[in-house]
Design a binder for this molecule. Structure first.
Ligand SMILES: Cc1ncc(COP(=O)(O)O)c(C=O)c1O
Length: 393
């Protein structure tokens, strides 16, 4: 049994999540429940693999090993039931790097990208930063579940033939739904008809709650594979984001070669050597850790649900099917649009402001529960106290 209750201080490690209060904001004692990064110590085999590599004392350019490709191939087969060949893979330093490069390669300046909001901000900020326009196809919410609005999606593709790429979040951040095979096939079929590339960001694919299932986009009908690029990574599941490693699965081999060529031309001639070791160790020895981690996260969601029901019952929250992210709707308490900012300074707890996921979500907050329960409890007590202090509760 792994111990996810263990709390190790990250303060003083230049940690993005914990150290910015002292370094940037000059506030003390803030509980961070924002960025999607876990506070759990990593799998022991990952640490050992990194130490072993470090002991060699030479860290020059390093080619990806057959073992690395085998680890990815076996993981994708074991966890998601898809067949991957070494020639399908392009190594990247991150998923956002992946979709940045793909937008630049496949979407002309006058063309557009379509995304499903609310969504992880780089889905629209990255195309904007590349001067590509973005079209929004909002998810719809019914009976505690978010769905794709396929009619609206198709309508937008019909009306705006400049839409050239769909970036799918599967599972979805921040709403946490696993798309069904039916939804994936339907959206692929629409994209086929309108000649739209599909980039499926599957970074949260392994953080799945009990009785739920992630459906890899490559489970779709084979006739759509030529337009599909899957972006995968061990960095969310195993908390390795600082090691900068991820991969794309591209079954269109012409595109795979071009993607690999462009990545190399952009300076990615090799990936991080410690990232390579970490990925191999995580994907080889991490099955049990992943399962137990998902169970712990689920227990945290149950705790959060109960806390909300007992302390702020008008907040809407459905336990997600995937991810370690809770999407809370505070609308009923008439909270201010700058709630997250004020919580940080006045309440000493930081949540991820919903407005970052789309303008319509200013009353939402995203809570990261991938931390020891005691941290989550303390953070939520501070949220409650702040709501009371300001008479929203
Ligand atoms: C959906 C999604 N994609 C990508 C990323 C970031 O991936 P990377 O650090 O590999 O660029 C995140 C991080 O939170 C995410 O939630």
């Amino acid at each position: 049994m792994y111990n996810f209750n263990q709390s190790i201080s990250r303060i003083g490690s230049n940690c993005t999540k914990w150290d910015r209060y002292a370094n940037r904001y000059h506030i003390e004692d803030v509980i961070p429940l924002w960025v999607a990064d876990m506070d759990f110590t990593c799998l022991a085999e990952v640490k050992e693999a990194i130490i072993k590599r470090a002991e060699h004392q030479i860290y020059g350019y390093t080619d990806p090993s057959e073992e690395l490709y085998a680890a990815i191939i076996n993981w994708e087969k074991r966890q998601h039931g898809i067949e991957v060949e070494p020639d399908d893979i392009v190594l990247n330093t991150g998923v956002v790097y992946g979709f940045y490069t793909l937008i630049d390669m496949l979407v002309q300046k006058h063309e557009k990208v379509i995304v499903q909001n609310p969504v992880y901000p780089p889905f629209f900020n990255t195309p904007y930063s590349l001067n590509r326009d973005v079209v929004f196809n909002p998810l719809c919410y019914k009976n505690g579940h978010y769905y794709m609005n396929l009619e609206d999606f198709e309508q937008k593709l019909k009306e705006q033939p400049e839409i050239r790429m769909f970036i799918m979040c599967n599972p979805h951040n921040p709403t946490g739904q696993c798309h069904t095979l039916e939804e994936i096939n339907s959206i692929m079929e629409i994209c086929e008809r309108y000649n739209v590339w599909v980039v499926s960001d599957e970074i949260h694919a392994d953080i799945i709650m009990p009785n739920q299932k992630h459906i890899s986009s490559y489970r779709c009908d084979e006739r759509y594979w030529n337009r599909l690029i899957l972006l995968g990574s061990p960095t969310k599941t195993f908390n390795l984001a600082g090691l900068k490693i991820s991969y794309a699965i591209v079954k269109n081999h012409e595109l795979q070669k071009e993607f690999a060529r462009v990545a190399k031309a952009n300076g990615l001639s090799s990936v991080n050597i410690f990232g390579i070791e970490a990925l191999i160790a995580a994907y080889t020895y991490g099955d049990q850790w992943r399962e137990e981690c998902c169970s712990y996260i689920y227990e945290n969601f149950l705790f959060l649900k109960q806390f909300i029901e007992e302390n702020m019952p008008l907040v809407k929250f459905d336990i997600p099917e995937a991810t370690y992210l809770a999407w809370l709707d505070f609308t009923a308490y008439n909270v201010p649009d700058d709630m997250a900012e004020r919580l940080k300074y006045e309440g000493h707890v930081e949540l991820q402001a919903g407005i970052g996921f789309g303008m319509a979500y200013s009353k939402y907050q995203r809570v990261n529960v991938a931390c020891p329960r005691s941290t989550l409890e303390e953070g939520m007590k501070r949220v409650k106290k702040w709501l009371e202090m300001n008479q929203y509760l």
